[in-house]
Write a protein that binds this ligand. Structure first.
Ligand code: FE2
Length: 560
């Protein structure tokens, strides 16, 4: 959301690798001394040895370059990031790692102002600095400097805090970047260009969850040390755990997830006291008019659906009766009561035309009924490597399901053979599954624009976007000012098709299977694009604003 910022570029910080650094410094210095001798001893004869001129100068320049590199590498530099985590109305976390233990500072200031605040941090390799005195919906610049004194490495970028009220915003969704470099970088650049308030990664950030090289490729792509090129340095990043985050060389291991857990600073779920082992694996947060819920669905509690691929026992169960499922229901209740939009993200897309659509993803379709009960608007996943927009449409209510796994990993095709469209397995699995758009021709992300319409309703526009910025699939949904069908005021409006007959209905039950829809007035034939209904309690017995009615739902149901 922050507009173009005047980046204050001071000193370019050299790329570095913590694992290779010690060796590279020694080699660079040795080569420096040798090459200077070569340069001095041969300088008088260089002009006579035209045939060797190129190679000699090549050695000399390489040697000088090594000297300069050695000098530069004496300065502590960034190994990871910086990058942004867990933004709220008043706070955000800035994370980075340096190649050697060192102190540093974070300086930050409101865009367009001169007064800055500075946080000093002690010597360490990893730093997580929470800035907690920020103003809501405000653009900031920040500069990370290591070390605090003298020459150092600098990183300057910006961020915007979350709003304290419901306002329009944009966010980006992508997934399955795995160990792709240039492809991931191009996609990150495309996401930067749409200026998202936040970015959701739907899982499989890396190929090997416990491998430093895999993570190195990820950080270089999503969080380079240049503030003008960094996605994660400018926009808060919310990851979902994919099965590959649990994957170690040789197979799935509980310990492989430790790297992921060490890198990300995510909102608390509230279950940390009872289940500290699941901290940061599932979480939720509100951003303006949208409530986001992130799940860990990698449990192997149903290995029959995922033979040989079911991840670890360390992943929390998501089935009814499990703590994560109970937590999910509570989050859905909060979301429904508070926000026009509820978005849920987890890695294995339950509706997918790809090879995983029949097993490790299919097993999660039981969640659809729960999502329907609480009015979830869209579900974002990946696991299969392409873009697909599907929907389940039951009882006049649509839930959008997105597979956005075109984040850089090798692209997949639709399933073929016994589980392909038209086969018996396909028909059995997909009776209520409608795929609306599919693309595996290029890497992509979803840009979601949340807009407030003049009528007080909200609109979400989902734009599937390629790395070159081309939009190839667009879908929109509109919602009342409350959640779907939820109204605390006396007037309820909904979009209508002229000539279509609607039965307006209401319900006093907010949650659960006890929800009962009752007619409100006689069927109405729409004479325009909008139908407005006023409920004064005459027909329903109690006005909707009465204290005994905490929430009353309304909906306009199309009549045959
Ligand atoms: Fe996956």
């Amino acid at each position: 959301m922050h507009e173009t910022r005047p980046f204050v570029k001071e000193t370019a910080c050299p790329n570095s690798s913590r694992s290779r650094r010690g060796t590279s410094v020694v080699v660079a210095r040795t080569f420096c001394a040798v090459s200077l001798v070569v340069l001095l001893s041969r300088v008088s004869s260089l002009l006579k040895r035209i045939a060797l001129k190129g190679s000699v100068w090549l050695i000399a320049f390489a040697g000088l370059s090594g000297c300069l590199s050695a000098a530069a590498e004496d300065v502590p530099s960034f190994a990871i990031g910086p990058y942004l985590q867990n933004v709220t109305e008043n706070s955000i976390t800035v994370c980075w790692e340096s190649d050697v233990p060192t102190d540093g500072t974070v300086e930050y200031w409101v865009e367009g102002t001169q007064n800055s605040s500075i946080v000093n941090v002690g010597s360490d390799e990893r730093h997580e600095v929470r800035l907690d005195d920020l103003q809501p919906a405000t653009g900031y610049h920040y500069r990370v400097r290591i070390p605090a004194e003298g020459e150092g490495s600098f990183f300057t970028a910006g961020f915007k805090t979350a709003p304290s009220e419901d306002v329009p915003f944009t966010f980006a969704v992508y997934g399955d970047s795995r160990d792709s470099g240039p492809e991931h970088q191009a996609l990150a650049e495309a996401m930067r260009a749409v200026n998202p308030a936040l970015v959701i990664h739907t899982g499989d950030l890396v190929h090997w969850g416990d491998n430093e090289s895999s993570w190195g490729i990820f950080w270089e792509s999503a969080a380079p040390h240049d503030g003008e090129k960094s996605l994660m340095g400018n926009f808060p990043f919310y990851p979902v755990i994919g099965n590959h985050e649990y994957m170690a060389l040789g197979g799935y291991k509980d310990e492989a997830i430790l790297s992921y857990l060490s890198y990300f600073v995510l909102p608390p779920s509230g279950l940390e006291d009872d289940h500290p082992e699941w901290s940061e694996r599932f979480y939720s947060f509100r951003y303006g008019p949208a409530f986001f819920i992130v799940l860990d669905t990698n449990s192997d509690s149903e290995p029959e659906y995922d033979p040989g691929c079911g991840p670890t026992e360390g992943s929390p169960d998501i089935h009814p009766g499990s703590p994560q499922h109970e937590w999910l229901v509570n989050q859905l209740k909060v979301a429904k009561a508070q926000c026009p939009f509820t978005f849920v993200s987890f890695h294995e897309s339950p509706y997918s035309s790809g090879p995983w659509g029949r097993n490790s993803s299919y097993r999660l379709r039981f969640l659809d009924a729960l999502f329907r009960e609480y009015g979830v608007d869209a579900v974002f996943g990946s696991h299969d490597h392409f873009y697909e927009r599907s929907e389940t449409y039951v009882d006049n209510y649509r839930i959008l399901y997105f597979v956005e796994g075109a984040g850089g990993a090798p692209m997949y095709s639709k399933a073929s053979g016994w589980n392909a469209p038209g086969s018996w397995m396909w028909d059995e699995l997909n009776e209520a599954f409608y795929t609306k758009a599919f693309d595996n021709s290029s890497y992509s992300f979803i840009k979601v624009d949340i807009a407030l319409l003049g009528s007080g309703r909200w609109r979400a526009t989902f734009s599937a976007t390629r790395s070159n910025g081309e939009v190839f699939d667009v879908f929109q949904i509109t919602r009342p000012s409350g959640h779907i069908g939820l109204a605390e005021t006396l007037t309820f409006s909904f979009e209508s098709t002229p000539g279509q007959t609607y039965q307006v209905e209401y319900s006093n039950n907010l949650f659960g299977s006890e929800m009962e829809w009752l007619p409100l007035g006689a069927p109405i034939v729409a004479d325009g694009p909008l139908i407005s209904i006023t409920d004064d309690g005459t027909e329903t017995g109690v006005p909707p604003t009465d204290a005994t009615v905490r929430h009353r739902f309304y909906r306009g149901r199309e009549m045959p």
